[in-house]
Design a protein around this ligand. Structure first.
Ligand code: ADP
Ligand code: MG
Length: 693
């Protein structure tokens, strides 16, 4: 249960004065949540200095000015295209205030003829005359104190002004309680950090430009708090897993040997190395919790299957969980024929498995007749019971939380866990997403793969691209056409994809299909199935296909507005056409003008296919903000920490978390208790809960 002291911070933002129904949606979208605490994590992006108060004769256009002047003339518009204009003067010169689409009544009320007003906003010069459009502030002399001479600027969204956010923020900040200190006092002193509350308030009241930078001490303190919560939560989960005794899985090799005989290829060196690490883990009496990283096409599936066979050789069961129905089915298609040759039973259990079929699987699972169960989230359901589950593989693409992974393993008997990911993750990010998990890398793809011919083409040549595509399809190829994420609204993503689909349909007719994230799973599957069978030759898609889809016949990919995608994402996408041994082509269509980093990204894509290198470059190129670009992929997202600047803090937090749990494994000391509050503050409720179970 959340400690009472944090209640005010977890109140709904509707409790803040000024946030009514309309603002509620806008604000919660903007801050990524609907709690006061989400508002507090929305840090300023700038500050406006209104202390420049020239007389009009000396005022410099282009600057933010605060002017004291008398209203001398109102010029109402003659038609509704014209603005309403108000002329003011201060004895030294004249200034025209410009208002578009503003009620004349309110202008007359705020700026009555003859009155003196303090006006603040950006001064412009138009045909030699001074003007100001929509001043930020107009106050009377009596209300001078209502005009802030230094104003904090926040990232905004349409419909929410900076003034509004500032008003909300002041209320939110006034609710921040004094919290016990969860940091090591010496460390805190060394860093010259203030306490949490002071740091937060200061971070929201920047005095200088440097206060806005990631290295500002207030921001570092907050980033550290967030990172420590992240690392501590992961360490707690790990501690819990490690505390439980595991079992030693050491099969007789029979099934594995046989599988290697029937496979049409030899394992790569990298696959063999990784398997050795996994087998060693399985054989040890401790519980295994290992991350397996391997680039797309590096051959993780067979590694997973072999390690599952080790469990099966021991007379136990194994399961593999995929993030989507399509992927689970794909695993079944790969594994079932192989299992059949080994006289093993592999079954599929997804949300779609219903009625009698489902019942049959559940019964046979409990009786131990099924050796390998392949599934989706549906595996979590309570009535899914194994006879003796010893090994769990989570093929995850970052969609499952740490706790979900664990809860699946709890269905087992001291089950070992292997988490597989196709996104090459730089070290730093492994740490933020998994903590100190052991990890193995498949750093090599099977030999004989032809490199993808990657080209960058300006968007204006799209007609030629379509012609080339036409020829490819006529000669029997299959192709993806990936439509971009349009900034912000998902609705327009979809609209863009639908538009593209319509225009391509005019050219390719029935050969084109469309998949997007808003489709029902069933519809998606149906389209994918058609594409697999070749009934559809060109698949127009939003980024839904990013996740592990395997259609070996697809050898062409067009990515529209490639400049809008992150590197890691482009790499994942391109991986879709690297499955077979056929030469394939990836066309990156880009729009001018390219930013420096976008150009760099496209160059890297053209030059490299090495996922780990690409991931490192990605992290390097990213100018702050989102980590690895992929909100969709569910990477740990930090609100306050920025991996481009706070990497060193992450490593300190990692060590700190380890020390904390060594000295105070149950978080019972005064600092431990304060740390529990920290965990709740950053919504790591689940990890605190593990203490009670
Ligand atoms: P991913 O790591 O992306 O999941 P897969 O396991 O789907 O990759 O493997 C991609 C393809 O490579 C599959 O068709 C698989 O049969 C094949 N493959 C796996 N290992 C090897 C190998 N050692 N040599 C040749 N082909 C392999
Ligand atoms: Mg795979």
């Amino acid at each position: 249960m959340r400690p009472e002291i944090l209640y005010p911070l977890f109140a709904d933002i509707s409790s803040i004065k000024g946030i009514g129904d309309r603002a509620y949606k806008l604000v919660s979208n903007l801050i990524g949540g609907s709690k006061v605490v989400n508002l507090l994590w929305h840090l300023p992006s700038g500050r406006i200095d209104r202390s420049y108060r020239p007389i009009l004769a000396e005022a410099v256009p282009g600057r933010i000015c605060t002017i004291t002047a008398k209203v001398v003339q109102h010029i109402p518009p003659k038609n509704n295209k014209q603005p309403y204009r108000v002329v003011v003067e201060d004895g030294s010169g004249e200034l025209t205030l410009i208002f578009f689409k503003i009620y004349a009544d309110s202008i007359r009320k705020n700026l009555p003829l003859g009155a003196t007003r303090i006006i603040s906003g950006k001064l412009e010069s138009f045909n030699g005359a001074l003007q100001m459009s929509h001043p930020d502030y107009i106050v009377s002399l009596d209300n001078a104190e209502k005009l802030p001479l230094s104003e904090t600027v926040y990232p905004l969204t349409a419909g929410i002004s900076n003034k509004m956010i500032n008003k909300y923020m002041q209320q939110a900040l006034s609710r921040v309680p004094n919290l016990p200190n969860w940091l090591d006092e010496n460390f805190c002193r060394q860093q010259k950090w203030d306490d949490f509350k002071t740091s937060l308030i200061r971070a929201h009241h920047p005095q200088y430009q440097t206060d806005l930078e990631p290295f500002a001490k207030e921001r570092c303190r907050l980033a550290y708090d967030e990172l420590l919560a992240n690392q501590l939560a992961l360490a707690i989960v790990r501690q819990k897993v490690k505390k439980q005794a595991g079992r030693s899985l050491r099969g007789n090799q029979m099934l594995r040997k046989k599988l290697l005989e029937i496979l049409p290829f030899k394992l790569t060196k990298a696959q063999q190395n990784v398997l050795k690490e996994i087998y060693d883990d399985q054989a040890s009496p401790y519980r295994m919790l290992r991350l397996l990283q391997g680039d797309v096409g590096s051959g993780k599936t067979i590694v997973a299957l072999l390690s599952m066979l080790n469990a099966v050789e021991c007379g136990a069961q194994a399961t593999i969980m995929a993030p989507t129905e399509i992927l689970a089915k794909q695993h079944l298609e790969t594994m079932a024929p192989l299992c059949e040759e080994l006289h093993l039973r592999a079954e599929l259990l997804t949300g779609k498995t219903k009625g009698k079929a489902r019942q049959k699987i559940l019964t046979e699972l409990e009786e131990g007749k099924i050796n390998i169960l392949i599934g989706t989230h549906a595996l979590f359901q309570e009535d899914v019971k194994f006879k003796d589950l010893a090994y769990v593989v989570v093929d995850e693409q970052h969609r499952f939380g740490v706790h979900q992974r664990l809860s699946l393993s709890e269905k087992g008997n001291k089950a070992d866990i292997l988490v597989m990911t196709a996104t090459p993750i730089p070290r730093t990010l492994v740490l933020t997403a998994y903590g100190d998990m052991e990890y193995s890398k498949i750093d090599q793809v099977p030999e004989g793969r032809k490199p993808v011919d990657t080209r960058t083409i300006p968007l204006e040549k799209i007609a030629e691209v379509v012609q080339a595509l036409k020829r490819k399809l006529q000669s029997g190829a299959r192709a993806y056409w990936v439509c971009p994420l349009v900034e912000e609204s998902e609705k327009s993503d979809l609209a863009a994809a639908e538009e593209r689909f319509a225009s391509l349909e005019k050219i390719f007719g029935k050969d084109v299909g469309l998949v997007h994230g808003k489709m029902k799973e069933k519809e998606k599957d149906a389209v994918m199935e058609k594409f697999k069978k070749g009934e559809i030759k060109l698949l127009v898609a939003t980024t839904v296909i990013e996740v592990g889809v395997n259609v070996p016949e697809a050898t062409v990919m067009v990515i529209e507005h490639a400049e809008r995608f992150g590197l890691a994402q482009l790499h994942q996408l391109r991986g879709r056409i690297k499955r077979g041994y056929e030469a394939s082509t990836c066309l990156l269509l880009y729009n001018y003008p390219l930013s420096e980093t976008a150009r760099e990204r496209l160059n890297i894509m053209r030059e490299s296919e090495d996922g780990f290198l690409i991931a490192e470059k990605d992290l390097e190129l990213r100018g702050g903000g989102e980590i690895l670009g992929t909100r969709q992929s569910g990477f740990t997202e930090f609100k306050l920490a920025d991996m481009n600047f706070h990497k060193n803090l992450l490593h300190i937090a990692n060590q700190d978390a380890k020390m904390i749990l060594e000295l105070d494994p149950n978080l019972e000391t005064p600092r431990g208790k304060a740390l529990r509050i920290l965990l709740y503050l950053f919504e790591k409720d689940d990890s605190v809960k593990t203490y009670r179970s």
